[in-house]
Design a protein around this ligand. Structure first.
Ligand code: TYM
Length: 336
């Protein structure tokens, strides 16, 4: 609790321009919480996590700035929410080290994301990739978060954060709040436009599979036109038609309509008409975000001042928890 408010924490990696999946599955849900005065929200650019896969330094810097500006452009109010970079708060790495010593190899071995990423980056299976969920636990536990909004792909990591917190509390008393998953209004997992069995991802090798938040309107329409569907020729919301189902999910998340309403609306229409409507609905949602983004990214002084203020605010809360943890573990406090 901070000032009687519940604490919520989440974040995204800055490994590239975020996708429509990140936006509809996460960021848009965060923005919906802007006006909830009963919650104090922390949202970080998770740049420490990003280097578990090799990054070009200039690209990492650029993508971090872009993501930070996109948080604000999408509607996260920087006055109400604490928006910061993970690497600006050293306590994340410090707590992660400590928690590493309370986490078992067997637990990390079970993580499906590690297995997936290790298979994808066989030439760089580093220990950071292996202990990635411990850093994520540190992110969450440092702020004593009650709620963590994540998509289904991150649920296993949240579970392990809960286990680590419970284990630590079992040894040292009530140090950490045990976080709960928070499922936003729109929990849909957005799939690749080229392979609807895979989630839409920043790192997809096929650029037509993902809509990136800074894609221009023509590119958005072109990618939707190329979306993989089936040869049935009718619109229905069913698992047997994963391509169309995904397009319906995207349309619903963009317009606020339900799948039933959408199926009725496009009854008798061909896929071409439907794909165009989905593309237009997405373009309409992204256009104001992009306009705001382009204005914001020019204003370096303003963005820098926000980064600084918010890093200080986040550090205050993070250091409070870190001091408590270090004392419990038995480290000597630096004499004043
Ligand atoms: P990341 O950067 O992969 O994704 C950020 C958020 O976007 C959601 N998401 C999606 N939702 C719907 N459809 C999709 N196709 C899709 N792709 C991604 C993810 O579920 C996530 O909510 N490990 C985290 C970042 C992280 C974090 C944390 C999150 C680091 N520390 C602490 C919460 C709390 C990650 O890689 O997210």
């Amino acid at each position: 609790m901070i000032d009687g408010k519940k604490v919520l924490l989440s974040g995204m990696q800055s490994t590239g321009i975020i996708t429509l999946g990140n936006y509809l599955g996460a960021l848009k849900n965060w923005v919906d919480l802007n006006d909830d005065e009963s919650i104090q929200c922390f949202y970080a650019v998770m740049d420490l996590h990003s280097i578990t896969v090799r990054q070009e330094p200039a690209a990492l810097r650029k993508n971090g700035r872009i993501l930070y500006a996109l948080y604000i452009a999408a509607g996260l109010d920087p006055e109400k929410n604490c928006l910061f970079f993970q690497s600006h708060v050293p306590a994340h790495a410090q707590l992660a080290w400590i928690l590493n010593c309370y986490t078992y190899m067997g637990e990390m071995n079970r993580m499906t994301q590690f297995k997936d990423k290790a298979a994808k980056h066989a030439d760089n299976i580093n220990t950071g990739l292996f202990t990635y969920p411990v850093l994520m636990a540190a992110d969450i536990l440092l702020y004593q978060a009650d709620m963590v909004p994540v998509g289904k792909d991150q649920m296993q990591h949240l579970e392990i954060a809960r286990d680590i917190a419970g284990r630590f509390n079992g040894i040292y008393g009530d140090v950490f709040t045990i976080p709960e998953a928070y499922i936003g209004k729109n929990g849909a997992k957005i799939m690749s436009l080229q392979d609807p069995s895979k989630k839409m991802s920043k790192s997809d090798e096929n650029p037509n599979g993902s809509i990136l938040l800074l894609d221009d309107m023509d590119t958005i329409m072109r990618k939707f036109k190329k979306a993989v569907t089936d040869s049935d020729g009718f619109i229905a919301y069913t698992d047997d038609k994963p391509g169309i189902k995904n397009l319906i999910d995207i349309y619903c998340a963009s317009t606020g309509k339900t799948p039933d309403e959408t199926v009725k609306e496009f009854d008798g229409c061909g896929y071409g008409t439907f794909k165009e409507a989905v593309g237009e609905s997405v373009a309409a949602v992204l256009k104001p975000v992009q306009d705001k983004y382009h204005a914001l990214i020019e204003d370096k002084a303003y963005v820098d001042s926000l980064m600084k203020e918010n890093a200080e605010k986040a550090s205050y809360y993070a250091n409070k928890t870190l001091r408590k943890v270090m004392k419990k573990v038995g480290f000597i406090e630096l004499p004043r």
